[in-house]
Design a protein around this ligand. Structure first.
Ligand SMILES: O=c1ccn([C@@H]2O[C@H](COP(=O)(O)OP(=O)(O)O[C@H]3OC[C@@H](O)[C@H](O)[C@H]3O)[C@@H](O)[C@H]2O)c(=O)[nH]1
Length: 328
């Protein structure tokens, strides 16, 4: 029997490649469609690869007609908050026009199931914590705005053309494949945990900590760090949910637990035996002080329950990619 296929745009990227592996493990063939501007060809190992851009609607239509996927998972996007402030055109182009192009391709080919990579950045600075899906979405940077616009586009196309969808709002993705097949490769790398590991490994002189004067218990920002393998599995669960006739939804994917930067650095130091060299800097503009999810809706509707998102597992799986050994 031929395995069912899912089109995975951006499947050569960090969360996309992990998801492709989990799809394969679930008996689904991921057809990766990626322009390789930020993705890695070597991360495409679980199904066919098509080199293409999401802005190219006719090519998307050809690929969908060729492979006949039963659903699409859309990761392909630009995802640096700071860059989105400096170069909003890139974000409106890739994330909004890209979404429009893909939705038009789905409409033309009657591809009716869609899973979308959204972000906690769509919430901005929440007034109430934890953040549930009813929290007002008031993004404070162009990246978050483009993800929110794309969510609206998906909802409107869904209502008009009978497309069912799940928008997944990730909190802070981190960690690496528990079997060591895939890591986190961003260039440039801006995220806290990989940069802290780079500093611990001596690959950069130190980690800059952006602000220790926040109104939090230790003065540093608090985030909800969720392991990429837990996110990857959530996409498989989201597909199963749609396959079983589930209605369109937007869901938070986090752990419900907030960790401060200092807590993260302490665990990295303990696990690797190398203290992270740190220089305290002023706050980074646009950083909300505290973000953590109420992910109970994802638990109720998909059965989402993080298994890898404790900080020890995050560090243990990510550290080897930076040449660090981890104490058991
Ligand atoms: O070098 C660094 C990097 C980050 N940080 C801090 O660590 C915390 C986490 O920052 P990260 O850059 O890893 O992640 P962010 O919380 O900014 O956003 C992340 O999560 C939401 C996603 O949608 C975004 O794409 C992703 O960037 C912030 O408080 C940030 O200021 C540092 O102190 N130093």
């Amino acid at each position: 029997m031929i395995a069912p296929r899912i089109l995975v745009t951006g499947g050569a990227g960090y969360i996309g490649s992990h998801t492709a592996k989990f799809l394969r493990l679930a008996g689904i063939e991921p057809v990766v469609y990626d322009n390789l501007t930020t993705g890695n060809r070597s991360a495409v190992r679980w199904g066919p690869f098509v080199h293409g851009d999401v802005l190219d609607t006719s090519r998307l239509i050809d690929v969908i007609e060729q492979y006949r996927p039963i659903a699409v998972i859309h990761f392909a996007a630009s995802a640096y908050v700071g860059e989105s402030v400096a170069d909003p055109a890139k974000y409106y182009n890739n994330n909004v026009r890209g979404m429009l192009s893909l939705l038009d391709a789905c409409r033309a080919t009657r591809l009716g199931k869609f899973i979308f990579s959204s972000s906690c950045a769509t919430y901005g600075i929440p007034k109430v914590l934890p953040i549930d899906e009813a929290t007002p979405q008031q993004p404070i940077n162009p990246y978050g705005k483009t993800k929110l616009i794309a969510e609206h586009m998906l909802a409107d196309y869904g209502a008009a053309f009978g497309l069912s969808y799940v928008s997944l709002r990730y909190f802070n993705a981190c960690g690496a494949d528990p079997e060591g097949d895939l890591g986190e490769w961003h260039d440039p790398e801006t995220h806290l945990i990989p940069r802290a590991l780079m500093a611990a490994a001596g690959k950069i002189p130190h980690l800059e900590v952006f602000g220790d004067d926040y109104d939090t218990p230790d003065g540093t920002c608090i985030r909800d760090y969720v392991h990429v393998a837990d996110l990857a599995l959530a996409h498989v669960l989201a597909y199963r949910y749609l396959e079983n006739g589930g209605g369109s939804l937007a869901l938070n994917l986090g752990t419900g637990r907030g960790l401060s930067i200092k807590e993260v650095l302490r665990t990295i130091g303990e696990r690797t035996g190398r203290a992270v060299p740190v220089v305290f800097h002023q706050r980074r503009s646009g950083d909300p002080p505290v973000l953590y999810a109420d992910a109970s809706l994802a638990h109720r509707s998909l059965g989402f329950l993080p298994q890898f998102s404790d900080l020890e597992t995050i560090v243990r799986t990510a550290a080897p990619f930076f040449g660090l050994e981890v104490r058991s």
